[in-house]
Design a protein around this ligand. Structure first.
Ligand SMILES: Nc1ncnc2c1ncn2[C@@H]1O[C@H](COP(=O)(O)OP(=O)(O)O)[C@@H](O)[C@H]1O
Ligand SMILES: O=C(OP(=O)(O)O)[C@H](O)COP(=O)(O)O
Length: 403
C-alpha cells in the first residue's frame, strides 16, 4: 500500500499533528547544530502557507542522558527559521496540550514538549497499543490529521511515531517522502554498488555488511574506522594493545568472531585497511600491517595512504556508493585525512548516498559536497538500505481506516 503524502492532504484551517526529528546536539543547553530543524522547514512551511494549524511533536535525547532537554529552544529556533509564528507549550497531551492546539490561528504552529518526558514514549509498542497510550489517545481528539516527517526516528516503535495513524488520516511529510524515494529502492541503483562502512557502531555495521553481502546487494564492502580495526583483528592481524583494548572495552569481542565468519563466507568482496595512522611524537605516523605487531600504546586512529589508494580505485569503478561512518577520528585534524579523502572519492561516484549523524557532521566540517543524497537518518537509513521495514512507515501504510 503506498504512503500518502502532503499532495493528498487538504489542510486549510485544519489541525495537523506533525512528528519531526529535531533531536540535535546541544551546547550549554542551546542547539549546537540546527541541521535537523532546517531539514523540516519545507514540510512545515508548506502546511503553514496552506493555513494549517500545526502541532509539532518531537523528542530530544534519551531519558537520563546529557541531551534530554525541553524543546523550548527548538521552538525559538523554528520561529526564527519559519515565516509563520511558532510558539511553545510545555505539555504533550491532556487539557493544556489540547488547548494549545485548539487555540492556534490558521497558519501558526505550536511545538509541544519533548515526547520522551512522557514515560510510555520510550517503550516499544504494536501500533494498536500505541494508539491507546495516554499521549496518542489524549492528543488525537485535538487533531484532524497526522503527518510523519521524522524519518530519522522511523525505526522506532514509539507511540508518537506509530500510534496516531490508528486515529487519524496520516501522511508522509516531505523529508520522509524524499528519504523513502531515494533509499527505498536500493536494488534499482546501478552496479557496481559499494558499501563503505566506518565509524564506531561496530555491531550495526556488521549487521549491514552481513545483510548486503548475503543478499547480493553489495559488490564490495570497504571497512574503515573502528569497523576496519575489527576486521583486521578478525583476519588475525595484531593491531596493538591500544586499538584492541578500545574494541574489547566497547564490548565488541563477539563482533570479531562475526567479522571472521563474514570473511570466511564473503572475503572476496570485503576490503580492510592495509595501513593505519597512529600518533607518534605528537604527529601523524603511518604504519603498514607488517610493522603493526608489537606496536604498543599507539591506537589506529585513521586509515593510511595505501588503504586510501586501494579504496579510491574501488570507488573509481563504482556506479553507486553507500557510505556510513567516518574513516577515522575526524574530529582531530591529524586524523581527518582518511575521512576527507574517502568522502571526496565517494562524492565523485555517479550515485552516492550518505547516512549517519556523525557522518553528516564530518561532511559539513570537512566541507565536502557533491553527494547525491545525504540522509537525515543514521539507524533508519541503514535499516532501509538493508531492505528492512521501518515501523513508522508501516504504520502510515496500514494505520487509518475511516470506517
Ligand atoms: N579508528 C578509530 N578509533 C576510534 N574512534 C573512531 C575511529 N574511527 C572513527 N571513530 C569515531 O567514530 C565516531 C562516529 O561513528 P558512528 O557513531 O558510527 O557514526 P555515525 O553517527 O555517522 O553512524 C566518531 O566520533 C569518530 O571519532
Ligand atoms: O538521532 C536519531 O537517530 P540516529 O542516531 O540513528 O541518527 C533519532 O533521533 C533517533 O533517536 P534514538 O536513537 O534515541 O531513538
Amino acid at each position: 500500500m503506498p504512503v500518502g503524502t502532503l499532495d493528498d492532504l487538504s489542510v486549510a484551517g485544519r489541525r495537523v499533528g506533525v512528528r519531526v526529528d529535531i533531536n540535535s546536539p546541544l551546547d550549554d543547553g542551546g542547539l549546537a547544530d540546527d541541521a535537523r530543524l532546517r531539514a523540516h522547514e519545507q514540510t512545515l512551511s508548506e502546511l503553514l502557507e496552506k493555513d494549517a494549524r500545526v502541532a509539532v511533536l518531537a523528542h530530544q535525547g534519551r531519558p537520563g542522558g546529557d541531551e534530554f532537554e525541553t524543546l523550548a529552544t527548538h521552538a525559538e529556533r523554528l520561529d526564527e527559521l519559519l515565516d509563520a509564528p511558532v510558539s511553545y507549550a510545555d505539555a504533550n497531551f491532556g487539557t493544556a496540550a489540547r488547548e494549545a492546539v485548539e487555540s492556534l490561528e490558521p497558519g501558526t504552529a505550536v511545538v509541544l514538549e519533548n515526547t520522551r518526558f512522557y514515560a510510555e514514549e520510550y517503550m516499544q509498542f504494536e501500533p494498536e497499543e500505541a494508539g491507546e497510550t495516554h499521549l496518542v489517545a489524549g492528543l488525537a481528539p485535538a487533531l484532524d490529521a497526522f503527518v510523519n516527517d521524522a524519518f530519522a526516528a522511523a525505526h522506532r516503535s514509539q507511540p508518537s511515531l506509530i500510534g496516531f495513524p490508528q486515529h487519524l488520516p496520516s501522511y508522509a511529510g516531505r523529508v520522509m517522502e524524499s528519504e523513502l524515494d531515494v533509499l527505498g529502492d536500493v536494488e534499482a541503483t546501478e552496479r557496481p554498488r559499494v558499501y563503505a562502512l566506518g565509524g564506531a557502531k561496530v555491531s550495526d555495521s556488521i549487521d549491514v555488511a552481513w545483510n548486503v553481502l548475503e543478499s547480493g546487494l553489495a559488490d564490495q564492502v570497504l571497512t574503515a574506522g573502528v569497523v576496519g580495526n575489527v576486521f583486521l583483528l578478525a583476519d588475525g592481524v595484531d593491531i596493538g594493545d591500544a586499538s584492541a583494548d578500545f574494541i574489547y572495552d566497547e564490548g565488541y569481542w563477539d563482533e570479531i568472531d562475526r567479522a571472521a565468519d563474514l570473511l570466511d563466507a564473503h572475503g572476496d568482496r570485503i576490503r580492510f585497511p592495509q595501513d593505519v595512522a597512529v600518533e607518534r611524537d605528537g604527529e601523524r605516523h603511518e604504519i603498514g600491517l607488517n610493522a603493526l605487531p608489537g606496536n604498543e600504546g599507539e591506537a589506529a586512529m585513521d586509515i593510511g595512504s595505501e588503504t586510501l589508494r586501494m579504496y579510491k580505485s574501488v570507488l573509481a569503478d563504482a556506479e553507486t556508493v553507500i557510505l556510513n561512518g567516518p574513516a577515522g577520528v575526524f574530529e582531530d585534524p591529524t586524523f581527518a585525512t582518511g575521512t576527507r579523502e574517502l568522502y571526496r572519492a565517494a562524492s565523485d561516484v555517479p550515485f552516492s548516498i550518505v547516512g549517519g549523524g556523525d557522518t553528516a557532521a564530518a561532511i559539513r566540517r570537512l566541507g565536502i559536497d557533491g553527494f547525491s543524497h545525504i540522509s537525515t537518518g543514521g539507524g533508519a537509513c541503514l535499516r532501509l538500505l538493508t531492505g528492512q521495514a521501518l515501523p513508522a512507515v508501516e504504520a502510515l501504510r496500514h494505520g487509518y481506516d475511516a470506517d
